[in-house]
Design a protein around this ligand. Structure first.
Ligand code: ADP
Ligand code: UDP
Length: 237
């Protein structure tokens, strides 16, 4: 389907209208940012890998009963998706302590949780995506109690599916960020992307980081790491 007007340019993707009002095209860029946009760079080929990986994972999740925005891959960087009204929350699921969780609570990175945990951040760059509890979400009318329950139920089910999937690739799923949206009938679906930009993925055998922390922490070898994750995913499908 032909792209129409540029609707939105974000840090990692561009969003275009199409001739069908309920469908959008998402185009993945190689741009990388971290620390709320303060650190900027480019990772060659990242947009191709993130587009294709996110699509394969969303297809897999659909097979496991999770509704997603995915419709069709249009090209190596572009995907047709269902238009949603994004619920402005970053939904973060964690299996192992890392990143901001480790810093906030003074817990060593790598601590395996007794049970997976979830948190919400208000998606607002100007406010640096502050943490938000369920009462705040309801008070501000960001989502209803029922919608929060649906989102939590999907998020933990996605975690179960993805943990199993990545384990089959020799990869440990540490944590990841999800975004959900409402279709025109009000139903909640998984939107945005699932990729090494939005997940922490550690090589199970060596503990090597295979995700965006290589960029955030200047570890080098990010192109190779993303390519290795994609190779293992394709081999496992
Ligand atoms: P950011 O806005 O954080 O810089 P991106 O560069 O990834 O992020 O831009 C993609 C934008 O598209 C995000 O704001 C995301 O919430 C939004 N989005 C993702 N999927 C959909 C969808 N199916 N319908 C409408 N908007 C979407
Ligand atoms: N994450 C994301 N976008 C954000 C914040 C976090 O995709 O704006 C992902 C991040 O890649 C990691 C998980 O969510 O997989 C948890 O991130 P954390 O809260 O530890 O924040 P960070 O260390 O990235 O500041």
């Amino acid at each position: 389907m032909e792209k129409g007007a540029l609707l939105y340019e974000g840090k990692a993707k561009r969003v275009y209208t199409t001739e069908v009002p309920d469908l959008l095209v998402i185009a993945y860029k190689d741009d990388a940012t971290a620390f709320n946009g303060q650190k900027k760079g480019s990772v060659s080929g990242k947009g191709i890998i993130n587009n294709q990986m996110s699509n394969r994972l969303m297809e897999y999740l659909e097979q496991n009963g999770i509704p997603t925005h995915f419709v069709e891959e249009q090209s190596e960087r572009e995907t047709l998706v269902k238009k949603v009204s994004i619920v402005p929350l970053e939904v973060i699921v964690r299996n192992i302590a890392a990143g901001s969780f480790s810093q906030r609570y003074g817990v060593e990175e790598g601590l395996i949780f007794a049970e997976p945990t979830i948190e919400f951040s208000y998606k607002n760059d100007a406010l640096h995506d502050p943490l938000m509890n369920e009462y705040h979400i309801i008070s501000l009318g960001i989502a209803t109690r029922e919608e929060i329950d649906t989102i939590k139920c999907y998020a933990f089910a996605i975690n179960d599916s993805l943990k199993t999937f990545w384990a089959g690739c020799g990869i440990t799923l540490v944590d990841f960020k999800l975004e959900f949206g409402r279709l025109s009938d009000g139903s909640i679906v998984l939107a945005d992307e699932i990729s090494p930009d939005t997940s922490r993925l550690w090589d199970t055998a060596t503990g090597k980081k295979m995700d965006k922390d290589r960029f955030r922490r200047d570890l080098g070898g990010i192109e190779l790491a993303y390519a290795e994750v994609m190779k293992r995913l394709n081999a496992h499908l």
